[in-house]
Design a protein around this ligand. Structure first.
Ligand code: PLP
Length: 448
């Protein structure tokens, strides 16, 4: 739309880049596709922003929202409840692993991460370890943008403008096996090393100062780093040994993205807290949650005790109604099972791209993949900053979109293309993704 930049301040957007051109404006969605204001169709290769898990155009989710707004548009969860929040919390607790039974609603992911860090601090304050306040997370990981969540985030480029941040954010290596600094030929040994780096960081900082470790099941930022075998098992041992909480940040990795309701279930580990958002409503209304174990709530169950935290719209009735309707769709259509049944086909289709000289690595699980682009396949040499700028921002993002694929070309780590289609996607969509990528990446290589 011509006037899109007059007043609208877009998120993480170089506004100046639109001074000469039009902002792509998406007006409609149906299934795995969206349409722009000119009527052009795009395959939604990113489910919006890892959000629209059930796919676009589900009128029953819109109707659930309208019904709830008509019945009770709003009431807070501050000393009062409303039926949909109660029902949804119960439903979530029935799906989480172990005793993650306490659901604290937020409006999105950053707030869930913020709440988790606050809970970890408050929990230790109330259980006689008041100095445990620091958090460990991984380089290049994205955990949100509010000041606490940004402090946990491991991307210097989006932090520096806002320093000083909340003190106590400690960074450890991520699980990028393709660029493993050690044990590059042995995934298990690499996983052990990466997990032990967490233990070493806790030792360095002093175990009596560290409250929590925040990890995504598959790290998104940097281009989908799945956990090496044994990684989470070892992390759990380390957290237990040092009395540090393990927070599984599943803002992306829950609600079927990895073929289970929760990523922790897929990789068989038991977190103390799960943070979630995005796909919980498939984006038909905003909602997030921090899901804590029974143990973590105990210190707040005294007569005068409370977790002194909240947000006005956390657990909004409309969002909770939509989430419940969304989970009904999940159950009825077995979307989680659909991902499990089709993930090998998705991987196999993307792996065909390995024959292109620019494709260095294809990695991920479920419906969640990163394709790393390289200058030299044999040496794994990556692009320098200027090349990356030219390649990703100057060419790929626009070219992929113009070719009919909405996805993300990202250079927050090494250059990657990120894919996370709606969970209804099947072979025809995988093929379309592969064909568009093949054409555009071939052209990108020719332009280098
Ligand atoms: C792992 C993770 N944590 C937290 C967030 C922040 O969520 P939100 O943008 O809803 O605040 C994101 C967003 O992409 C995320 O991927």
């Amino acid at each position: 739309m011509a006037n899109a930049t007059d007043h609208l301040w877009m998120h993480f957007t170089r506004m100046a880049s639109y001074s000469a051109g039009e902002v792509p404006t998406i007006v409609r969605g149906e299934g795995a596709y969206v349409w722009d204001a000119q009527g052009r169709r795009y395959l939604d290769g990113l489910a919006g922003l890892f959000v629209v898990n059930a796919g676009h155009g589900r009128t029953e989710l819109a109707e659930a929202a309208a019904k709830q707004a008509g019945e009770l548009a709003y009431f807070p969860l501050w000393s009062y409840a409303h039926p949909k929040a109660v029902e949804l919390a119960e439903k979530i607790a029935s799906l989480t692993p172990g005793d993650l039974n306490r659901v604290f609603f937020t409006t999105g992911g950053s707030e869930a991460v913020e709440a988790a860090w606050k809970l970890a601090r408050a929990y230790f304050k109330r259980t006689g370890q008041p100095n445990k306040y620091k958090v460990v997370s991984r380089y290049i990981a994205y955990h949100g943008t509010s000041m606490g969540a940004l402090s946990i985030t491991g991307l210097p480029g989006i932090k520096s403008d806002f320093e000083p941040l909340v003190p106590g954010g400690i960074k450890v290596p991520n699980t990028n096996f393709y660029r493993a600094p050690e044990h590059g030929d042995d995934a298990e040994a690499f996983g052990r090393w990466a997990a032990d780096e967490i233990g070493r960081a806790i030792e360095r900082e002093g175990p009596d100062t560290v409250a929590a470790v925040f990890l995504e099941p598959v790290q998104n930022s940097g281009g989908c780093f799945p956990p090496p075998p044994g990684y989470f098992e070892r992390v759990r041992e380390i957290c237990d040994a040092y009395d540090v909480l393990l927070v599984s940040d599943e803002v992306i990795c829950s609600w079927g993205r990895l073929g289970e309701y929760f990523g922790a279930v897929r990789y068989g580990y038991q977190p103390d807290i799960i943070t979630t958002a995005k796909g919980i409503t498939s984006g038909y209304a905003p909602l997030g949650a921090m899901i804590a174990s029974d143990r973590l709530m105990e210190p707040f169950l005294t007569e005068t005790g409370m977790f002194a935290h909240g947000v006005t719209f956390g657990g909004h009735p409309v969002s909770c109604a939509v989430a419940l309707a969304n989970l009904e769709v999940f159950a009825r259509e077995d979307l989680v099972g659909h991902v499990r049944a089709n993930e090998d086909a998705f991987r196999a289709t993307l792996e065909k791209l390995h024959d292109l000289p620019i494709v260095g690595d294809v990695r991920g699980d479920g419906y969640f993949y990163g394709i790393e682009l390289v200058k030299d396949k044999t040496t794994r040499e990556t692009f320098d900053e200027a090349e990356s700028e030219r390649l990703l921002r100057g060419f790929l993002s626009t070219a992929l979109f113009q070719a009919g694929l909405y996805c993300r070309a990202d250079d927050r780590g090494d250059p990657v293309i990120q894919l996370a289609p709606p969970l209804i996607a099947e072979q025809q969509h995988f093929d379309e993704i592969e064909q568009i990528l093949r054409t555009v990446l071939t052209e990108a290589w020719a332009r280098l």
